[in-house]
Design a binder for this molecule. Structure first.
Ligand SMILES: [Zn+2]
Length: 46
C-alpha cells in the first residue's frame, strides 16, 4: 500500500483517514488539557 504524507504533521501513514481521526482526537484532548490548566492557574491566582 502506498503511503501518504499527512498535510498537518508530515508523518507518513498507510491510512490518512485514520491518521486524521487520530489528529482530531489529539487536538480535542489538548484543548481539554489546556482549558483545565488555565482554570487551575486562574484558581491559584486568587
Ligand atoms: Zn498528521
Amino acid at each position: 500500500m502506498e503511503q501518504q504524507s499527512c498535510p498537518d504533521c508530515r508523518a507518513l501513514t498507510d491510512d490518512l483517514a485514520a491518521h486524521e481521526a487520530w489528529h482530531s482526537r489529539l487536538v480535542h484532548d489538548i484543548a481539554v488539557a489546556v482549558d483545565r490548566e488555565n482554570k487551575r492557574r486562574e484558581e491559584a491566582r486568587r
